[in-house]
Design a binder for this molecule. Structure first.
Ligand SMILES: Cc1cc2nc3c(=O)[nH]c(=O)nc-3n(C[C@H](O)[C@H](O)[C@H](O)COP(=O)(O)OP(=O)(O)OC[C@H]3O[C@@H](n4cnc5c(N)ncnc54)[C@H](O)[C@@H]3O)c2cc1C
Length: 491
């Protein structure tokens, strides 16, 4: 027999966007139920695997209120590295990485609401610590305890507000009244059907990155085979449910966020205490060179801040023969502490580049040696600085290297095989500034809201690190507030 659950605002998904929406709606006074496909022990979505969110700040004045009790030394060292990151810097970064294609309305809301939203999150116990990563641009603080602790804080806040989360419950269909308004969700838990009746539904159940079928359909051949960096639960359910209702698809459905990962990374990750979303990431490439199996370089490794290039670098790796790339460093990069987070990396070390190339089973050892020689010869005068766009370039070669060009000359040499890892997809639904989902006819679908990865239009081809979590919190908070206000004002 079918169970029926009644509530005012129903939130689908329990990642950062969903929890921001749930908390915001409850704070307005609405009764809120959250549905989550994963079990309680695997809850948190991709959000639980993250590190930081990108927001604008005016130096320490804006950062200090967000910090955990990190001590004077840490605060002083952060202050020494921090300058301002304004709303217009943020907006410009979004437009630069998306080649001007980000929806200006959404981008404006994101940058103008971001700092207000992190302060609001702070009021629910969220906390940040100084970040020591480089070169990421802007993300000078990260979640205290990582994304896992951040999500646990959301769950604690939700519990404190009386929000119920139904785990192992998969939303499968949107319910509608005769006028086309959304009145709830049909869901499945174990072998039971549950009908959730509600006055508003907020879809925040991720994109379609975990569905090989949808990846192949929208991103193209080969994408069905890539390994996921995140959870296996985001199979496009929310998008499909909304599209079936005639919701307007929006943004870049043929591009996605994909980054360099250890060649031996598992097929996917699930959140849990101590699980780091960046454990398998290989993000020191701006300081070395990357070659393919034929021994050729194929991207400008130092084009700009790593946080503005890594999300498109996975795609570049996937398009190389065998979908493989090798990050190459020498002892100078090691000595300067530039090869970070590679303690357990799949890697090779050798005193000669020739032997290294053989260990890597490169198809053309001579071409590789030529690539390194050509790169070393192309390095220009200038001062190397890991925390600046130092302009120390290798030029006159194709591709050039625009920053952080250090020669690969001093043994031992190190190399790390990397593959493309799928993070999330960019295509989504078109929403209004209030988070309501638009129908193909450009009319609002009454009672239907969307937030997080499901929102289309912000990201195209590339993405600025930290943008996903910030967009999730900003648009989740808006959707939750607006949905609750509408429900409550309708009486
Ligand atoms: C390893 C990794 C590291 C990352 N690091 C960062 C970072 O540092 N900063 C940053 O900004 N971004 C980062 N990202 C991207 C970031 O995770 C996403 O942008 C963000 O988490 C999206 O939030 P969300 O709430 O939309 O989705 P999610 O957090 O993925 O939540 C979606 C939830 O919906 C649930 N769900 C799916 N289908 C259904 C259904 N049918 N019914 C019910 N529930 C369902 C899922 O189980 C999941 O819990 C990272 C991603 C990965 C994978």
């Amino acid at each position: 027999m079918e169970t029926v659950v009644d509530t005012e605002v129903l939130v689908v998904g329990a990642g950062n966007a969903a929890m921001a929406a749930a908390v915001a709606a409850r704070k307005q006074g609405a009764e809120v139920v959250v549905l989550e496909k994963a079990s309680k022990s695997e809850r948190g979505g991709n959000s639980a695997l993250t590190v930081h969110m990108r927001f604008p700040y005016r130096g320490m004045e804006d950062l200090t209120p967000l910090l955990s009790d990190v001590g004077e030394d840490e605060t002083r060292s952060l202050a020494a590295r921090v300058s301002d990151y304004t709303e217009s810097d943020y907006y410009d970064d979004i437009m630069a990485v998306t080649d001007g294609r980000s929806d200006p309305t959404l981008a404006n809301i994101l940058v103008s609401e971001a700092y207000r939203t992190v302060l609001w999150m702070r009021s629910y116990g969220h906390a940040w610590i100084p970040s020591h990563e480089s070169p990421t641009s802007a993300n000078v603080v990260s979640f205290d305890g990582g994304g896992f602790a951040m999500q646990e804080r959301w769950f604690r806040a939700a519990e404190g507000l009386g929000i119920t989360v139904h785990y192992e419950t998969r939303a499968i269909e949107l319910l509608r009244d005769r006028a086309g308004g959304v009145t709830g969700v049909q869901a499945r838990t174990g072998d039971r059907d549950v009908r959730y009746k509600s006055r508003a539904v907020i879809l925040a159940c991720g994109s379609f990155e975990s569905s090989p079928e949808m990846r192949a359909r929208y991103l193209g051949a080969g994408w069905d085979k890539v390994k996921l960096r995140g959870v296996p639960f985001n199979t496009g359910d929310g998008l499909n449910m909304a599209l079936e209702l005639g919701a307007q698809s929006y943004g870049s459905w043929s591009t996605c966020h994909a980054s360099p990962q250890d060649s031996n990374r598992p097929e996917f990750d699930v959140p849990g205490p101590g699980v780091s979303g960046v454990y398998w990431s290989r993000y020191s490439y701006p300081f070395g060179i990357m070659v393919n199996v034929d021994g050729h370089r194929f991207v400008d490794e130092g084009e700009t801040w790593r946080g503005l290039t890594y999300a498109k670098t996975g795609r570049a790796i996937l398009s190389q023969p065998g979908g493989l790339a090798f990050q190459v460093f020498d002892s100078e990069q090691r000595r300067r502490g530039l090869i970070r987070g590679y303690e357990d990396a799949t890697g090779y070390k050798s005193n000669s580049l020739e032997a290294l190339a053989r260990d890597l089973e490169l198809r053309d050892v001579g071409a590789f040696l030529g690539t390194v020689r050509e790169f070393n010869d192309a390095i220009q005068e200038g001062e190397f600085h890991p925390f600046r766009l130092d302009g120390k370039s290798a030029s006159g070669i194709t591709p050039p290297k625009s920053n952080w060009a250090l020669p690969i000359t001093s043994p031992p040499f190190e190399a790390y095989p990397t593959i493309c890892g799928m993070t999330f997809t960019y295509g989504g639904l078109k929403i209004t500034p209030s988070g309501e989902v638009l129908h193909e006819s450009d009319q609002i679908i009454p009672g239907l809201y969307a937030a997080g990865e499901m929102v289309g239009g912000l990201w195209h081809d590339n993405y600025p690190s930290g943008g996903g979590m910030m967009a999730g919190a900003v648009f989740g908070r808006i959707a939750g507030t607006e949905a609750a206000q509408r429900v409550l004002s309708d009486g």
